[in-house]
Ligand binder design. Structure first.
Ligand code: SF4
Ligand code: SF4
Length: 69
């Protein structure tokens, strides 16, 4: 199971707020092989789709995603 720290995540109100990403972050959502992450106003996590691969964690340049058992 992963947890997103929304204070660290740059995606807010449907856009990147750090100026680093253009119109998308190119991070966790692209790294996820199972469609468990989606950009809406915030990045939404769908636990039922997550396969616990951990690929989203190194994909986040802000270390906003952590994994727990
Ligand atoms: S752990 Fe894997 S399947 Fe789950 S959200 Fe992250 S990239 Fe997607
Ligand atoms: S990669 Fe990190 S900063 Fe980018 S949208 Fe995902 S959680 Fe937010």
């Amino acid at each position: 199971m992963i947890t997103i720290d929304y204070d660290k995540c740059c995606w807010k109100d449907g856009k990147c707020t750090s100026g680093c990403c253009g119109d998308k972050c190119d991070g966790c959502v692209e790294a996820c092989p199972s469609g468990a992450l989606e950009r809406k106003d915030l990045v939404v996590f769908y636990p039922d789709k997550c396969v616990d691969c951990g690929l989203c964690i190194p994909a986040c340049k802000y270390s906003a995603i952590t994994q727990s058992a």
